[in-house]
Design a protein around this ligand. Sequence first.
Ligand SMILES: [Zn+2]
Length: 295
Amino acid sequence: MILNCALTFDFDAMSVWLGSYKSRNPSMISRGEFGAIAVPRILDILKKHNIFATFYIPGHTALAYPDIVKRINDEGHEIAHHGWVHENPANFDEANERNNLDRGLEALQKVACVTPNGYRSPSWDFSTRTIQLLLEYGFVYDSSLMGADFTPYYARKNDEFDDRNPYKFGPNVDIVELPVTWLMDDFVHFEFVDNDTFGLSAPSKVQEIWTKEFDYARNNELGGLYSITMHPQVIGRGHRLMMLERLIENFKSHDDVGFTTMIDYAKKWRTANPLETWVASGAPQATGGAGRDKL
Ligand SMILES: [Zn+2]
């Protein structure tokens, strides 16, 4: 058994400032342009270390930077869906949530002839219908929820919840959830947005957190998935890229660690843990370790 390590990059470019932060300030929006400077640097590092990674790309970014997105695809990395313009799905009715999914799909198809099997919602926000839509659209996995750390689980639909009644879990569905956490996201550690979101951490702090999570996973969660979420416009600064290379070199130094794309791991996990047997095994509804030793 190995610890499966996934490097993931959300290539948001301008979309995060337009969609999430609703900015119409050309200077703030230009922060996203740095993402296009950073992606080639990242691709060079990945090639040097012979690592295939996963890039989550909004349709808006794909249309803005088609040549870079093509290069990501040509170099063998996974490209996955990341919304249309980094919108929060909960801000839309069903017709428009579908429209955003469609526009994201159309852009990736147009630019790189890619039909993604994976989805990560912008800013990891969901509407209450998002999982049902992902199911209908045929996605294999989602990577937006936070119900576990190193162990995938099957997503649920139709949970019932409010602040008056006991939480009621809905049924698991055939969408592999590859969980995430803000702790393992470069944006919150490093990015300065405004006086309310003030990152600018030294890489040494982030390296310590990410390395200790790695050490824990390697000691306790072999067979699981250790994933890091990075943004080219954030991690692409020189001193942070040097941290990324130190992390990669550490990960590579262990015989029981291997790199994977998110889709490759999701498919392996799904094969080892079919939905029917996973549910029948009595795996907890939110997290499940059943079959993890098969990976
Ligand atoms: Zn994003």
